[in-house]
Design a protein. Structure first.
Length: 163
């Protein structure tokens, strides 16, 4: 017995008791639906994606917290290979976005502007060779980071993963 979505739920909405039903189906081993015994446990959680009535519920479709969270913003930063480490980035990595010198390569005695962020997603564009890194930052820093990222004059620094 597994859980199926019984009424449409939009991404971010709270899952309520009437939104899920327990059904008996023969499930292919390649699928990972949520067991029917977990129905009560999932009430009050959030839909991580749009869920349509009649679909099997999977673990990936449910989240305890949405990203960005309260007080956070999500900013996408397009980076060339020279603007980021070759090391693969993972969701949850703590990074710093650092402003780099301008077109003339001017270097000053001032510390570069640095904004701490948390990686949420990474997508590499095959056509451009650039990588878009989605990062979560405090709302108060989102506009400045977006403006700096739009100039292309930023670099991503991966900090220690062990904390």
């Amino acid at each position: 017995m597994v859980l199926v979505v019984s009424s449409d739920i939009k991404r971010g909405e709270t899952i309520e008791a009437g939104d899920l039903s327990v059904v008996r189906v023969s499930v292919d081993p390649a699928l990972t639906p949520v067991p029917g015994s977990r129905k009560a446990e999932l009430e009050g959680s959030r839909a991580a994606v749009d869920l349509w009535a009649g679909t099997l519920l999977t673990e990936q479709a449910v989240a305890d917290n949405l990203v960005p969270g309260e007080g956070e913003s999500l900013v996408g930063i397009s980076l060339t290979p020279a603007q980021m480490p070759a090391e693969r980035l993972y969701g949850g990595d703590v990074v710093r976005i650092v402003t780099t010198p301008g077109d003339q390569g001017e270097i000053t005695d001032k510390e570069p502007v640095t904004i701490e962020a948390t990686v949420v997603g990474v997508n590499r564009g095959e056509e451009t060779g650039e990588t878009v890194v989605d990062v979560a930052v405090p709302e108060a820093e989102a506009a400045e980071l977006a403006a700096r990222a739009a100039t292309g004059r930023v670099a991503l620094v991966l900090d220690a993963r062990e904390r």
